[in-house]
Design a protein around this ligand. Structure first.
Ligand code: PMP
Ligand code: GLN
Length: 386
């Protein structure tokens, strides 16, 4: 259909389609094993589905309160208190969102005004910068350097200006599978002390850490809790990325600003699913068991990958594995990812897309949130060609 003439907003003029959609589409076209976009290819427990169905049949099908069903907010507050020792107020400090993506977008829109600066770490998860730029903010890039992807706090200190409104952190980190350390949290707190900078902490992989590492939410840090909005997502935790339900916790004053926008861009989230999640959360074993569940998958995948020429980087959290491919090809990573999908039959994500300037360390990301048979068939394809 023909459209009217219009001029796209400046940054949208250069915005393409997210790499996750691009690679999943290409994988489907080529019949490739899709280890690109991050989602499990196995089912969640039937108990969760039965519960949604029961709540639907019981007539729980109308709008939930704007902040989320009280049962779910209570379950979230209880979980956060049990794990991190911080008790958020159910009425004023917990909000259920349409996934983490909406939570992140709304948080940015609530705090960032035109001309404000927001510090993000590259490689940066792909939804942050478009959200910042949509509201007229300026993304300022700190670097997580290959191969250990640790923050350089001296660099961050130099990037902070009077215009800095927010800093976005993400641990466990997508796409690099690295973690912030206790020392990182301390340095961040020191740098921000005395400023009014808000921290947006993307903790969607909070339950997926390996080798005995324990997630330390920023809400557990006395200096950071007062300035932080913490985002998480049930998609990652309960194998239901398609449900698009997540949440934000944070101090009442920050949450009040968040809700001013949340009420008008989403208002509220699917009621029967919220009720089902509230019930499902009562068994803490379900989220506490996630780390060992994924560690087995990570270890299995890494063992299989040892038979290929890929060189694996450490994977300390998330369900992603980075790998160098210099023994296979000297293509740039985007071209290599396409070649892998078309010629090898395994779709992966190039990492350069998570850099504003397209910086390319020639590494790609595999998602191992898959059935063992899927992982084995991906490796078989690689062994045939590589
Ligand atoms: N942040 C990170 C780091 C993610 O990896 C993802 C999704 N994979 C999201 C946010 C978005 O989560 P959701 O699907 O709940 O919107
Ligand atoms: N976050 C998922 C990933 O990293 C994808 C989510 C999406 O497709 N937007 O692969």
């Amino acid at each position: 259909m023909e459209a009217i003439n219009f001029t796209p907003r400046p940054f949208l003029a250069n915005t393409g389609t997210t790499i996750f959609t691009v690679m999943s589409r290409l994988a489907a076209e080529c019949g490739a094993v899709n280890l690109s976009q991050g989602f499990p290819d196995f089912q969640a427990e039937p108990a969760l589905f039965e519960s949604v169905h029961r709540h639907m049949l019981a007539g729980r099908n109308q709008y939930a309160p704007m902040a989320g069903m009280p049962e779910l907010r209570q379950a979230i507050a209880d979980k956060v208190a049990a794990l991190y020792g911080t008790r958020f107020d159910v009425e004023t400090e917990v909000t259920v969102t349409a996934g983490a993506t909406q939570a992140i977008f709304t948080a940015i829109a609530a705090f960032v005004r035109p001309g404000d600066e927001v510090i993000v770490f590259e490689p940066v998860y792909d939804s942050y910068v478009p959200a910042i730029e949509t509201v007229g903010g300026k993304a300022v890039f700190a670097q997580l350097n290959f191969p250990d992807y640790a923050p350089d706090w001296a660099q961050v200190a130099q990037l902070i200006t009077p215009r800095t409104r927010m800093i976005v952190v993400n641990s466990p980190h997508n796409p690099t599978a690295s973690l912030l350390s206790a020392d990182d949290r301390e340095k961040l707190a020191q740098l921000l002390a005395g400023t009014d900078i808000v921290v947006l902490s993307d903790e969607v992989y909070e339950h997926i850490l390996f080798d005995g590492e324990v997630h330390a939410s920023l809400c557990a840090h006395p200096g950071l809790a007062a300035r932080s909005l913490i985002v998480s997502s049930f998609g990652k935790t309960y194998h239901i990325t398609g449900w698009k339900i997540g949440y934000v916790v944070g101090p009442a004053a920050l949450m009040a600003e968040f809700r001013k926008l949340h009420q008008f861009n989403v208002f509220t989230v699917h009621t029967p699913s919220q009720l089902a999640l509230a019930e499902y959360m009562q068994d803490a074993g379900r989220h506490l068991g996630l780390a060992s569940f994924y560690q087995e998958k990570r270890d299995y995948f890494r063992r299989l990958m040892a038979a290929t020429p890929f060189e694996l980087l450490p994977c300390r959290g998330t369900y992603f594995q980075l790998a160098r491919y210099r023994r296979i090809s000297d293509l740039p990573d985007r071209a290599f990812a396409e070649w892998m999908t078309r010629e090898v039959g395994v779709a992966v994500i190039p990492i350069s897309v998570f850099y504003a300037c397209g910086h390319d360390d020639r590494v790609v990301r595999f998602c191992f949130a898959k059935q063992d048979s899927t992982l084995a068939s991906a490796i078989e394809r690689m062994r045939k060609v590589l």
